[in-house]
Design a protein around this ligand. Sequence first.
Ligand code: BES
Ligand code: MN
Ligand code: ZN
Length: 495
Amino acid sequence: MQVTFSTAALPKTGSIVVPVFEDGKKSKAYADVDAKTDGAIERGVKAADYKPAKGKMLEIVSPTGIGNARVLLVGAGQSKDFGPLDAEALGGAAIAQLLGTREKTAIFALAGFSAKKIGDKELAARIAHGAKMRTYRFDKYRTKEEKSDKPALTKIAIHSSVANAKAAYESYSKIGDGVFMTRDLVSEPANVLYPDTFAKRCEKLSALGVKVKVLGVTEMKKLGMGSLLGVGQGSDKPSKLVAMEWMGGKKGDAPVCFVGKGVTFDTGGISIKPAAGMGDMKWDMGGAGAVTGAMAAIAGRKAKANVVGVIGLVENMPDGKAQRPGDVVKSMSGQTIEVLNTDAEGRLVLADALWWTQETYKPETVIDLATLTGAIMVSLAHEFGGIFTVDDKLAKKLEDAGIATGDKLWRMPLTKTHYEMIKSDIADMQNIGGKGAGSSTAAAFLGRFIKDNVSWAHLDIAGMAWNEKDMPTMPKGGSGYGVRLLDEFVRANYE
Ligand code: BES
Ligand code: MN
Ligand code: ZN
């Protein structure tokens, strides 16, 4: 998808998108298009009794006086409330509408469309970003789709009266690349994306200046990662650990570390899952996908910060070699774990990934992302990721990044009680709690692998990695949740 910015007159072909506020006066772009069409726009608005509430659209096909295929009015709601995320949603909503037509070019006519909460340049950039985000499509396996059934749109042309909006868009373009990379990873089926092929995709980030290190089973055995390796031992696909280093900050400064759960398929193992919906478990690597996409975004826009992404990659399969419920494994930290349920595998992977990260990089701050528990969806559905931390300052920083980007978070409890709930009769801990608070006991388990003086937050994104229905800036499917969150967290606190 090509995205261009211009201050020139509107092109004579393509569909024109005109945003309209519910309150204030009409923009210059609106007045111009209405004049050129000899009042056809105003007449259309009256005839349809169109009220430009947020996201509400009116399509005026082939109006007189201009050669353009259509004018699409897009409601922007109240101008006083209109902010950056509204601009993105507006761009995305318009694109969704045009994707349903044979249109090739979307022309956003923004001259004179301004709001108090956001500068004109940023507004243009955010509309472009939201529009681009909505064009994502995972169609590589549709070999029989007619060309006429594929969207025709190839160009987003932003026309405004501000020069240099393109510069404001540059970093969003890189963040968008990261989001698309995550969506691709999350969408891939598990016969294509498994630990080895996932690691190979990470290696592609070296083109952006990321140093990528891949550890195999032999190395992990040497390091004593019995917890991570226990999960992968029932699979034919060898487990991997990948580290992606972006050192764009001050030399010698400890990096901030992101750690992701990368279970490329979760059958549950011997504690096997029910058949219904098991296919969803191809995206049980959503945490690792988010970390990888975030590294692409951060490196892509050359962030002036030291950031390392680490992902633990395994496939959880039932097999003659698989671990059994009741097995005791020894983690790299030296702590032993009684594996009472092989389906509580993400925490076993993260236990070693977190420990290795702290040993290797000596970070002050560690954030892990994982599609860790079904229970988090009972609490938060698909509206928020759950954040678990005892560090109020870190919680605030992450929550703020969530509000700024729309990758929203909600604080969840993590207390001594949750740590007590995972005490084992025969080992240092067990991998499941008792009844209730399943997301918090999972977090407490991870907490057992965090060193003193390390500031840590766990984000349970099980409800967020996959989008069940179309949203303004993301079509149904892999959401890319977490990429923008982590990118913004770095931008706001480390650059
Ligand atoms: N990957 C799942 C959690 C999950 C469920 C993510 C649904 C996305 C959608 C995780 O490995 C798991 O199986 N968790 C168990 C833990 C339980 C055995 C303590 C769960 O949530 O049921
Ligand atoms: Mn599981
Ligand atoms: Zn899982």
